[in-house]
Design a binder for this molecule. Sequence first.
Ligand SMILES: C[S@@+](CC[C@H](N)C(=O)[O-])C[C@H]1O[C@@H](n2cnc3c(N)ncnc32)[C@H](O)[C@@H]1O
Length: 361
Amino acid sequence: MGGAVSAGEDNDDLIDNLKEAQYIRTEKVEQAFRAIDRGDYYLDGYRDSAYKDLAWKHGNIHLSAPCIYSEVMEALKLQPGLSFLNLGSGTGYLSTMVGLIIGPFGVNHGVELHTDVVEYAREKLDEFIKNSDSFDKFEFCEPVFVVGNCLEISTDSHQYDRIYCGAGVQKEQENYMKVLLKVGGILVMPIEDQLTQIIRTGQSTWESKNILAVSFASLAQQNRADGEKPDTVHLPPVTVRSLQDLSRIYIRRTLRSLAGEEGGRGSLQRVPQKRKRRRCRRRRINTYVFVGNQLIPQMVESEEEEHTEEEQKEVEEVEEEEDRDIGDIEILKQVNVLREQIMSLPLPEALKAYLLYYREK
Ligand SMILES: C[S@@+](CC[C@H](N)C(=O)[O-])C[C@H]1O[C@@H](n2cnc3c(N)ncnc32)[C@H](O)[C@@H]1O
């Protein structure tokens, strides 16, 4: 499934294409997609495929196509403070994007069948928190993943404002999913080859809308003979943030907005979009036309990709120039205003490290 938009050279390119094709329609969804590099969720050696609009599967690791994630993120209508449950949370790519929108006062839970996939998702989350500059540009609701079959969630589980199911749901499983939703909540799932948005309008009323024709692998059924996983899945508890956590959130928020008022650049500014490199250049070629019975040489504009040695050199010089421009843009992007603000505070180093979430860069 996928291939609806052309392949990009990097994450920004991919998002430009998804936007152009109207899969991404709102600014907050665009920002979340730009903040998380899809390539970071691929195994080493496969990253080049990450910017194509295609699903990817390797062993138990499975990512859906970017056009599907865009539709899902738009259909969920996410807001700060909402609770989110991801059924079949996989690598945690989608849950991490959701965490950037629902923010620190949201709830972000995921259930995944395979233990190795949950370990992979936790590693990826750790890398995101430690290394990504995006982490400092947003307020974040860290996803919590549990191993288990999402068709076996304990019946006394709490309900959620938003739910996504990342694998195909059978018609007879529909009600099971719907009751996990709070009244007013939104569930997005693939059912009968349609990505469907379901809104719970009352205690026993729901409204459904088909969003996109899709083809998903089905949810793994309950398998009581399989001794690896427990029968009943207990979702993580919904906890209140500690005073220490709250202090960090509010100090970081205040510093971010102060930096914004001072016209701080970098993390608080919209990152300029990378210019696309032109692939063909116009070149002048000689040709001859008949005027009466005479052959007259003419200079004609033509688009060609083959170049003489001299022209090739010129092309390379232009490309180098463009690369330098792109380099400048990326340097701008890497200025981490929040980090600079925290580092300049007259505070003990241990407290600064705490405010920085012990991030490595
Ligand atoms: C297409 S992937 C979802 C990927 C995920 N959205 C991401 O961001 O990486 C579907 C996932 O559902 C999981 N899955 C399938 N059946 C399941 C079940 N019954 N319970 C829990 N997870 C299940 C698969 O192991 C797989 O990781």
